[in-house]
Design a protein around this ligand. Sequence first.
Ligand SMILES: NC(=O)c1ccc[n+]([C@@H]2O[C@H](COP(=O)([O-])OP(=O)(O)OC[C@H]3O[C@@H](n4cnc5c(N)ncnc54)[C@H](O)[C@@H]3O)[C@@H](O)[C@H]2O)c1
Length: 334
Amino acid sequence: MTSWSWSSTGTEVVHEFEGRIRGRTFLITGPSDGGIGAETALCLASKSPSTVILAGRDRVKIQPVIDKITEINSNIKAVFVSLDLSDQFSIRAAAAEINGHFDRIDVLINNAAIMACPYGTTKDGFEVQFGTNFLGPFLLTGLLLPKLRAAGPGARIVNVSSSAHRFEGIRFEDIDFEGGTAYDTWKAYGQSKTALILMANHLARRIPSRDIASFAIHPGSIASGLQRHVDSESISDARVKSQSITDFEVADRKTLQQGCATTLFAALNPALEGDATYQVNMVLPANIPSFLDLSGLYFSDCQLKNPAIHACGAETADRLWHLGEQLLGEDFNL
Ligand SMILES: NC(=O)c1ccc[n+]([C@@H]2O[C@H](COP(=O)([O-])OP(=O)(O)OC[C@H]3O[C@@H](n4cnc5c(N)ncnc54)[C@H](O)[C@@H]3O)[C@@H](O)[C@H]2O)c1
């Protein structure tokens, strides 16, 4: 049995859990060529899923990934869906298209994000990182829940968070940093990534994991298009804020193959939903049985990890869920 660690690769994960891929439908947001989402899609494609839905803003950046999937296996349906997570109108249109064309979604991977960009607002007027990284995936997930339920056992939601969630909790009294006057771009990124961990926590408590299991993960530090707003001064500023986050060091960077491993581990490993026929094969505290239902929890390096205290707690998770519904005028009836 594979031993999972910092250096595990996406190829190793899909090899181990091949049975959870064949014939299934996967939706990945933000799978631009050269990013973690694209590598996730390519690893899945090597094990014959029926469909990979690639949802993003820019078809030109995603078409090369579709071409590579088709090269790997021309029987896979690789479909582009136009999706701008900073625009409710676009998210609703994408969800309507997906709901209209597909019977089921087995795994939704909320991978897309922006990081440490200057202050701005989304088309709907929300602070840009909270709006794009949390409210967008939150709305998309809520609108797609019926198709995830339709997939039956093994359905999963994976929120790609970050160790940078440690920079900030949810600023319930000042979500948008006083309209930008007190803006700290790293704290805003941290808040949005904390929100994704709390969202997985809320989903896991409201939906039995045999119907849909939900996880949040940190992929590691990987060179990608994400760092376009980040210069060395900003990185050292972030290091000072994070203190304990050693994986922010460039020297510790993972390859894309290593960077997609934890996403795939959370998307596919049957042991995580409490199936006693599989061994978790992870380092767990001594008092936790190996067949525990781990839905709602946080993973990094293909291991269960503790997130920051501010990213834990049912009360905070429920409060955030209701705030999201209120801001978007939705009731997902969970
Ligand atoms: N690269 C790292 O070191 C690192 C570390 C921790 C967490 N992460 C997380 O991993 C995920 C993938 O990041 P990556 O490193 O592959 O970066 P990336 O920039 O290659 O991927 C991010 C994707 O999100 C898309 N995106 C951005 N705004 C969008 C919008 N409004 N609507 C739709 N799509 C949008 C981008 O077009 C891109 O395809 C992100 O959630 C990121 O926060 C990355």
